[in-house]
Design a protein around this ligand. Structure first.
Ligand code: ADP
Length: 326
């Protein structure tokens, strides 16, 4: 028995990495047991910061393949691309009339984006949280899984909904609830920054075993461990952090051996790479199978969008009625 509707969106960043998997996708898969879920590839949001557009479509497909191979079940979950439900742009326009501009430009995330993309401070960037509110409310999602760092965004969405319902004296929109979830922050191969494609410190889920080995071998370990004979400190080593996920049975002995300098970083990384490859083998096999039929992923996304549009139309009808649009 499902107990509510969940919405979550992620930008089409193409092939997903271990950070995306442990920090988002794994949770997406688990939520399907208890909720009706909509998972959206937010390509319109991506346009706010893109300089080049030619990879966008392919990145949507690559990301969807990873989601599907990881266990997102399209028979129950609606998985779709944001722009294929154009109703979201209509709701975005209507909601923008209920959103004070000063609040948008005051948001720390807006200021961050301005600092990151000073050459391209576009109108879409300012309206990003409004579009996000439209994403969630268009499908009457009651629940949005968020980590602590995203909580302020959802609070803002809730405010827009309250303002809209209050000013239109309607209940056309549902105020979404946060589902606080602890998302682990997965560090990249540099051992310092968050794993991210743009920092080139990532390990792709769909990488070959050889590339995975190369990437793991490039990982930065305990910087104080200069020689093989020096004892290591697993608590500051990202290789060990990943062992805890991918080598649960061996992690205690690896920790002991590292502290006693019984195992060197090279061997420790080889074991990690083997275990990542073994752990991801079923995922990679499923992905390769899905990718064989190049239409399949788009058929699934098109069907997801079709189902999403049905939900969207119903909401939009209520919203338009609330503001007196014909
Ligand atoms: P977005 O702009 O949608 O956040 P990202 O590719 O940065 O796109 O992230 C997609 C999802 O994966 C988000 O939920 C994000 O929190 C999660 N994620 C990305 N990188 C990491 C990481 N290194 N550790 C944990 N979670 C991550």
């Amino acid at each position: 028995m499902k107990t509510g509707r969940v919405f979550s969106g992620a930008r089409p960043t193409g092939r997903q990495h271990l950070g995306n998997y442990l920090g988002a996708i794994k949770n997406y898969v688990a939520l399907q047991d208890d909720y009706d879920c909509l998972y959206c590839i937010v390509d319109l949001h991506a346009l706010t910061t893109l300089d080049e557009f030619e990879d966008l479509r392919q990145n949507c497909a690559e990301m969807a393949l990873d989601w599907l191979a990881a266990g997102i079940e399209p028979a129950e979950t609606i998985i779709f691309v944001q722009s294929q439900v154009p109703q979201v742009t209509e709701l975005h326009t209507i909601l923008s009339m209920f959103t004070p501009l000063g609040k948008l430009t005051d948001l720390p995330t807006f200021k961050e984006k301005v600092a990151q993309h000073p050459h391209n401070v576009n109108y879409g960037l300012v309206g990003y949280p409004v579009l996000m509110t439209a994403d969630i409310t268009l499908y009457r999602a009651g629940i949005v899984p968020v980590g602590v760092d995203q909580a302020s965004h959802l609070e803002f969405a809730r405010e827009i909904v309250r303002t809209f319902n209050y000013r239109t004296r309607s209940q056309a929109l549902i105020e979404p609830q946060m589902k606080n979830t602890e998302f682990p922050k997965v560090l990249g191969t540099d051992g310092v920054q968050k794993m991210s494609k743009s920092l080139n410190n990532d390990i792709e889920l769909a990488a070959t075993p050889e590339v995975t080995l190369q990437r793991v071998m490039s990982m930065v370990t305990d910087p104080q461990r200069a020689r093989r004979t020096d004892p290591g400190r697993p608590e500051v080593c990202n290789v060990f952090t990943l062992h805890q996920t991918f080598s649960p049975a061996e992690a205690p002995s690896i920790e002991r051996e590292c502290r006693a300098a019984g195992i060197g970083c090279v061997d420790c990384k080889k074991i990690l790479s083997q275990n990542i490859n073994a752990g991801l083998a079923p995922f990679r096999a499923r992905r390769a199978e899905l990718a064989q039929n190049s239409r399949l992923v788009w058929d699934i996304l098109d069907e997801g969008a079709r189902r999403a549009r049905v939900l969207a139309d119903a909401t939009l009808q209520d919203v338009k009625a609330a503001v007196g649009l014909p």
